[in-house]
Design a protein around this ligand. Sequence first.
Ligand SMILES: Cc1cc2nc3c(=O)[nH]c(=O)nc-3n(C[C@H](O)[C@H](O)[C@H](O)COP(=O)(O)O)c2cc1C
Length: 176
Amino acid sequence: MKRIIAIGGSNSKKSINKALATYVASQVENAEAIVADLNDFNLPLYGIDLETENGIPEDATRLNNLLESGDGLVISLAEHNGSYSTAFKNAYDWLSRINQKVWKNKPMFLMATSPGSRGGSSVLQTAKTGFPHLGGNIITDFSLPFFYDNFSEEGLKDVELKTSLTHKIRLFQEAI
Ligand SMILES: Cc1cc2nc3c(=O)[nH]c(=O)nc-3n(C[C@H](O)[C@H](O)[C@H](O)COP(=O)(O)O)c2cc1C
């Protein structure tokens, strides 16, 4: 049984990205989905002085170990002002201080969703460019626009999007 770590790049309790990542991870066959909720990791705002004085927070190491334990990563990024949410970037920065290969070359399904028409495509593009420099092995990516209209745990409501996502889940599954 493979182990998929699903992450929503947000600290919203009702995160739509966590919902999407959880759903997609659950669709991978013969795999167990473990959801890493950023709210469960107590990470102070990254600063070099804080790191020098106190070292790496225990919860950053715990998150790093969780990523290490996965056979594949499903990440869906929230877009805040065109970029990562503060909570995600903060976790990302702490992780990069433990291991420059943050994503450990594990097969990754990278996504973004938003309530609007662009589906988080700016943050998705940023991550597609940046993650490979930090051990990101992006197998496939997907942007879901108009989350509240399109998302359903019974499958996406838009047929074209549903077909595309199903195909991409298969690609990811083959890579893990
Ligand atoms: C500070 C802030 C900035 C945002 N900026 C964007 C943006 O640039 N593009 C976008 O599509 N949505 C933006 N949104 C809306 C988010 O996409 C929306 O809040 C979404 O639910 C975030 O995902 P989450 O539910 O996983 O946290 C922003 C929301 C906040 C609170």
